[in-house]
Design a protein around this ligand. Structure first.
Ligand SMILES: C[S@@+](CC[C@H](N)C(=O)[O-])C[C@H]1O[C@@H](n2cnc3c(N)ncnc32)[C@H](O)[C@@H]1O
Length: 194
């Protein structure tokens, strides 16, 4: 008997995109090649989408197993090609003013956006604890009251040693936002409505 195919990355995450409000303004932290950005555009048709990624090669041994470290055999040249590829892939939407590609660290790019200017954020950048904790805290400030702070790779292990789970669990425990769900490795917080 043939086994059912495992869900693709897009299928496993689609339910989360269906929770996002229509015509929203959102941000994806960690873009890589833009595969999920394209699904976001298709499913949610946002009014505006900020794509945030430094496309910076990390040579240190800590990042040996990261897509932007040891798994990027071409080093910084490969990162530059990925960035150029994303600009080409979304050229039409960029030209139409629907997409902005920000090349930089999430801490710098998010900090420069006005507080309360986003409906939602999808956190999928550097997965180590300190970075995720920082992305979550900053995202809480950048979304409107009742906005969503969501993300990928909630779970044990990974080269990031469960950093996403640790940061999400901490935020859920401190009550700054309400944890709505954890499913298929995705998480979603809602900020207070007042
Ligand atoms: C898992 S990939 C993102 C995958 C993408 N969201 C998708 O689903 O197709 C992680 C990305 O985070 C980026 N990244 C690493 N450090 C970052 C940081 N400080 N701020 C924003 N993005 C970062 C990496 O360059 C890499 O492209």
């Amino acid at each position: 008997m043939t086994q059912p195919m495992p869900p693709t990355d897009a299928e496993r995450r689609r339910f989360l995109l269906e929770m996002l409000p229509p015509k929203s303004v959102g941000a994806e932290i960690g873009v890589h090649l833009g595969d999920f950005s394209e699904v976001i555009l298709d499913v949610t048709a946002p009014e505006h989408l900020h794509l945030i990624d430094p496309w910076r090669y990390q040579p240190s041994s800590e990042y040996e197993h990261a897509l932007y470290g040891g798994r990027a055999e071409g080093g910084q040249r490969e990162m530059d090609e990925r960035h150029a590829g994303v600009l080409t892939r979304f050229a039409e939407a960029i030209h139409a003013g629907q997409v902005t590609v920000h090349r930089g660290e999430s801490v710098d790019i998010l900090s420069a956006l006005p507080d309360g200017s986003l409906d939602w954020v999808y956190v999928d950048g550097n997965h180590t604890y300190e970075f995720v904790a920082q992305d979550l805290r900053l995202s809480l400030a950048k979304v409107k009251p009742g906005g969503l702070v969501t993300g990928d790779d909630y779970g044990e292990g990974g080269w990031w040693e469960g950093g996403v789970k640790q940061a999400v669990d901490e935020l859920a425990a401190d009550g700054a936002a309400q944890l709505l769900l954890i499913r298929n490795g995705q998480f979603a917080f809602e900020t207070p409505h007042t």
